[in-house]
Unconditional design. Structure first.
Length: 316
């Protein structure tokens, strides 16, 4: 029988001096343990008996990475396709969705959204899938980018979104809400969203080109950055005259960088699209901090695996 426990990231750990009531606050996330896998689930989505969903972790599986078994769900250069296919079947079975076909994407860091009614003959290029069909599982792969699962509790339409910095810049999460409105008659206030583990502000360092791109698109972009955002967004080049730094040749300090909070940016976009604050849950797990549990391209390099976030409507 599957087991469920609460899992928290480093920022959710209790601090000295916390009141007992604060420490006992119920987490919005749980871990489902089944078939040797550990799968993260959001309580608001898990409460919907017609829905199946989960955010895979790296634990368990048939792949072998650095001498340990791993649940790699992406077709990477270092892994065997047969093992990846086996891992995908194992994930579906652990969620009680073994009979549901899995629809995925050729992800290209875009704002392209696809509505599907059945398993496509060819894997579409894009970064988000939506459906109202029963018995079909939607999946997006991540290893630092943000996975977002959406469920319309009124129409029972569901969606899976992959949002990296480019997709977030292009407002892919908000565009998915708009597409659901057009295709299914979705009302944003009826949508429940789970924003899964991704690289956190603590570890996601980006350069001036990203800061400038966000500043050009969002009036409140500064809220999502830590560091000299205003300086980089304005295009100011620090130390334009290196000799003014009084440092010897070859010792010029690197240009300043900023840290981007993709979780916060996507949450804000869902709110701006009309969703209710109480209907959005956000994981505080950072993929780069928690490579014991999650895959991270930034944290581990090219030879890492891929996780998958999946969602679907049960047949009955």
């Amino acid at each position: 029988m599957p087991q469920t426990t609460i899992i928290r990231g480093p920022r959710a750990a209790a601090k000295l001096g916390d009141k007992p009531a604060a420490r006992a606050k119920k987490s919005a996330w749980t871990t489902r343990r089944a078939r040797g896998l550990e799968i993260l689930q959001a309580r608001p989505l898990a409460a919907l008996d017609w829905l199946v969903h989960g955010f895979a972790t790296r634990r368990g599986g048939e792949s072998v990475l650095d001498g340990k078994r791993a649940l790699n769900l992406g077709f990477t250069d270092w892994d065997e396709p047969a093992r990846v296919e086996s891992n995908r079947r194992k994930l579906a079975a652990a969620l009680g969705a073994g009979a549901m076909p899995l629809a995925t994407l050729r992800q290209i860091h875009s704002d392209i959204v696809h509505r599907i009614a059945s398993l496509p003959k060819e894997i579409p290029r894009g970064d988000a899938l939506a459906t109202r069909a029963r018995g079909l599982l939607l999946g997006v792969q991540t290893a630092d980018c943000v996975p977002i699962l959406l469920a319309d509790v009124r129409t029972r339409a569901v969606a899976a979104v992959h949002a990296g910095w480019r997709g977030t810049l292009a407002r892919i999460a908000a565009k998915m809400i708009g597409r659901m409105q057009m295709e299914f008659g979705t009302r944003p206030r009826d949508v429940v969203a789970a924003i899964g583990p991704a690289i956190g502000r603590c570890c996601y360092e980006v350069g001036p080109e990203v800061a400038q791109a966000y500043a050009a698109q969002f009036s409140n972009a500064r809220e999502w950055f830590e560091g000299p955002f205003d300086q980089l967004a304005a295009g100011e080049e620090p130390l334009a005259l290196p000799w003014l730094s009084m440092m010897p040749p070859g010792h010029t300090p690197p240009p300043p960088r900023v840290h981007l909070d993709l979780h916060a940016a996507n949450r804000r976009q869902l709110l701006d699209a009309g969703m209710l604050e109480e209907n959005i849950v956000v994981s505080d797990l950072c993929t780069a901090c928690r490579t014991d549990l999650l895959f991270s391209y930034r944290g581990e390099g090219a030879k890492t695996g891929r996780m998958m976030a999946v969602i679907g409507v049960r047949k009955s």
